[in-house]
Design a protein around this ligand. Structure first.
Ligand code: C2E
Ligand code: MG
Ligand code: MG
Length: 758
């Protein structure tokens, strides 16, 4: 595990350098064991350890310094103890050495406890402590039998023997905190292992002293200090190593499983009491062994019960998770389906019904996009709270998608309007604003309602309610629609069309027809509009009005639109090569849908296709309805500007049917306006229509926009429009949309076969 402080290589090096020094001191101790300087190596690493604790604390800047201060104090105390033990050997003040050493242990224990406090505990059962106590009981029993009692027997009952006997007990405690630290540290950094080594060698050293204690001696060979030299060395390196900060950083406890490593420690602890009894080492061993065995067994039981309870709890948690939405804590889809199916079954038996409401927040995406997901999440939680406040405890309330909620109510038969009533209440409640993001947010809700029929399933009800909800949205949001079976048919039609449309492109069922656009002055064809047709194998020629909206909704329009542009340009290129001068000036008009002008690939596609077919950019006109331009002004303005930069002409299609004014359109780089057929067809009979057209033409001309009048069917209309100043016209009077090969307005048609498809 690498940490921030790992970046300083000096930190590592210093730690390893100290380790090397310790190695030298270990060898020195062996060499000097019989000389007067035998205590020197121990003193060097002892002082070193204390210095390392201070330096490490200052250099590495751990979050908490207390453990390292205590470790430093412990090192100093051990050092003093070791020196006193040599100096005061066999003198009356000799126990002072033990006082120092014992304070060292005390300090070390406290340091471990301070580290342990950095391990977050949960309120759950503390399994690691039970495991630790099992270990302690069994090792302590062994230590008492093998060391404490023999030492007491050898030294007689005195303060001396008491202190000597206390060492193993302290060691057992040290072992306890060390394993606890190990079990609660998820990250095993170098400092962790070095500290673990420190405890191990301290333990070995103490066993050595305890052993000579059983023989009635307090001072032995200086080599007995060898483990302590190693321990001091490891400790110094642990304190210097940069990873020490992670050891004392706040950490979550890992899961307290009985891993192989832990079992390797626990299994001997479990058999140790039995061994004590069987080996019958001392007078009290059978009692101690049996007592320890009993204690261990009881603790195992507690541990097992705790583990089973934890398991049950986490199972319950998992089940809750599986059945609930994590954000709102409402039921999720799986749970909803289960509960609704139960309600339906009951209703079937009792002759009652289930009313199911499918809710979708209006404009929730806008909330998310404008104020961010946090506010979005709060709005969803607020919506859940509102629903819970309105509904009955017996209702099922669920969240089954982003901003989709479902309420299901069991309705006893005579109660006719229950679902509608509930929907009305919900819609009203959602009309009240909520204070969010420093403003008052109103997120109205659209509701689809369905009543369970004789044979119903939750999934079926959900599907129908969803359909009805879409109708509610289409009808203007913030309202409720009750499902009726005719909705099914239109949905089916939509789904089928969508599916068929996906294949239409592949199967080359889409074709373009071309309608001439003429100069009103001399009747000369100046351009043509490419109009899409779907040669459906069963339905015949399908009007774009029937399938473009579906293509638009499903996004298929992007792909289809690209094909239209390519095909229209290909056709124009063909006319340009086979035709004469008039064909060279001909431009082609292509319709572009709202979805396409949100798609950045449009620009690249247009550019590539113009180049591919070698058509000058000004011979391509892209027709965009005014509502398409207005619906997302910022995005469209950028995209239209890029198209305009290519040299492409932009036209406003169906002008007059939207809400915008010509002035408003000025922000877009358009240069043509197509006046909608609705006005043109009325201009002869309706004075208002005539006035509107006259005004639009006047203003367009003032803004230097070319005007095309659509849908001219009669000579009268043509005359009036020309009089008003309209230069260009399109309509049945001049020619209907026709396949390229039938376009008589192109003078020299190539052979039919060649024109489509290639
Ligand atoms: P639009 O762009 O306004 O196209 C003009 C529509 O008016 C065409 O209908 C055309 O056949 C019809 N029309 C032309 N002259 C007359 C006339 O004198 N009298 C009458 N009654 N109608 C006339 P069409 O081909 O059914 O297209 C309908 C709409 O579908 C188009 O309206 C256009 O918005 C859309 N559309 C057609 N092709 C495409 C396409 O390739 N892509 C996209 N996105 N939309 C297309
Ligand atoms: Mg058009
Ligand atoms: Mg039009």
């Amino acid at each position: 595990m690498r940490s921030k402080t790992d970046r300083s290589p000096l930190g590592h090096n210093v730690a390893w350098a100290y380790l090397a020094l310790g190695g030298v001191m270990t060898l020195a101790l062996v060499a000097l064991r019989d000389s007067d300087y035998a205590a020197l190596p121990t003193a060097v690493v002892g002082i070193g350890a204390a210095v390392c604790a201070i330096v490490g604390r200052l250099r590495n800047r751990p979050q908490v310094t207390l453990p390292w201060t205590l470790f430093g104090l412990a090192a100093v105390a051990f050092l003093i103890g070791a020196v006193l033990r040599q100096v005061l050997a066999d003198q009356p003040l000799a126990p002072l050495a033990d006082v120092a050493t014992m304070s060292g242990y005390g300090s070390m224990l406290m340091a471990y406890v301070a580290l342990l406090r950095r391990r977050q505990t949960s309120t759950r059962s503390l399994h690691e402590i039970i495991d630790g106590v099992i270990l302690v009981i069994s090792v302590a029993a062994f230590a008492v039998v093998t060391f404490t009692i023999p030492t007491a027997a050898a030294l007689g009952l005195s303060l001396f023997s008491f202190v000597q006997g206390a060492y193993p007990v302290v060691d057992v405690l040290l072992l306890f905190v060390a394993v606890l630290l190990s079990w609660t540290s998820a990250q095993r950094v170098p400092s962790f292992w070095l500290l673990g080594g420190t405890s191990t060698f301290m333990f070995i050293g103490d066993v050595g002293y305890a052993y000579i204690g059983t023989q009635g001696r307090l001072v032995g060979s200086p080599l007995l200090d060898l483990p302590f030299v190693v321990a001091f060395t490891l400790f110094g390196a642990a304190a210097l190593h940069p990873s020490m900060t992670e050891l004392s950083a706040l950490q979550a406890r890992p899961v307290q499983a009985w891993s192989k490593a832990r079992l390797a420690i626990l299994a001997p602890a479990l058999v140790l009491p039995a061994i004590i009894v069987i080996m019958d080492i001392g007078p009290a061993s059978s009692w101690l062994g049996a007592g320890a065995g009993l204690g261990v067994t009881l603790l195992l039981l507690v541990r097992a019960i705790g583990a089973v309870q934890d398991h049950a709890r986490s199972q319950q948690g998992l089940r809750h998770q599986a059945m609930h939405d994590s954000l709102t804590q409402l039921a999720n889809r799986a749970s909803l389906v289960e509960q609704v199916n139960n309600l339906i079954r009951r209703a079937g038996q009792q002759g009652d019904r289930v009313d199911l409401l499918f809710l979708d927040l209006d404009n929730f995406k806008l909330v998310n996009d404008t104020w961010g997901h946090q506010v979005g999440d709060r709005v969803l939680c607020g919506a859940a709270a509102r629903l819970l406040a309105i509904t009955l405890p017996s209702d099922v309330v669920a969240r089954i998608g982003g901003d989709e909620f479902v309420v299901a109510r069991y309705v006893a038969q005579p109660n006719s309007g229950s679902g509608e009533l509930l929907a009305a209440q919900i819609i009203e409640a959602f009309q009240k604003p909520v204070a969010e993001a420093e403003t008052d947010l109103v997120t109205t809700v659209s509701v689809g309602l369905v009543r369970s029929a004789r044979v119903a399933t939750a999934e079926g009800l959900l599907r129908d309610a969803d359909t009805a909800m879409y109708r509610a949205k289409a009808a203007g949001r913030g309202r409720c629609m009750v499902f009726d079976s005719s909705m099914h048919d239109s949905v089916r039609h939509r789904v089928e069309t969508e599916l068929a449309l996906r294949y239409a492109l592949e199967r080359q069922e889409l074709v373009l027809h071309y309608q001439p656009i003429v100069s009103l002055q001399n009747g000369q064809v100046v351009g043509a509009e490419a109009l899409l047709r779907w040669a459906h194998p069963r339905l015949g020629m399908v009007s774009p009005l029937d399938f473009i909206p579906i293509a638009e909704e499903t996004g298929l329009i992007v792909e289809i639109g690209e094909w239209v542009i390519s095909e229209a340009l290909r056709q124009l290129a063909r006319w340009r090569t086979v035709g004469g001068a008039a064909e060279r000036d001909l431009w082609i008009s292509v319709n572009v849908s709202p979805r396409q002008i949100r798609d950045a690939t449009l620009v690249e596609h247009v550019q590539a296709e113009l180049a591919r077919h070698k058509v000058p950019a000004d011979k391509l006109v892209l027709e965009i309805t005014e509502s398409a331009m207005m619906s997302d002004e910022a995005t469209s303005a950028v995209l239209l500007q890029r198209l305009r930069s290519l040299g492409v002409t932009l036209a406003v299609d169906d002008f007059g049917t939207g809400y915008s004014s010509l002035g408003h359109l000025r922000r877009f780089p358009v240069s043509k306006v197509k006046i909608d057929r609705a006005f043109v067809s009325g201009i002869e009979e309706d004075a208002d229509d005539a006035e509107i057209v006259r005004a639009v033409v006047a203003m367009s001309l003032a803004m230097r926009l070319d005007v095309v009048a659509e849908g001219i069917e009669t000579e009268g209309q043509r005359g009036m429009l020309q009089q008003m100043g309209v230069q260009l016209g399109q309509g049945w009077l001049f020619g209907r949309p026709e396949p390229a090969e039938d376009c008589t307005f192109v003078t020299r048609q190539p052979a039919r076969l060649n024109s489509y498809p290639t």
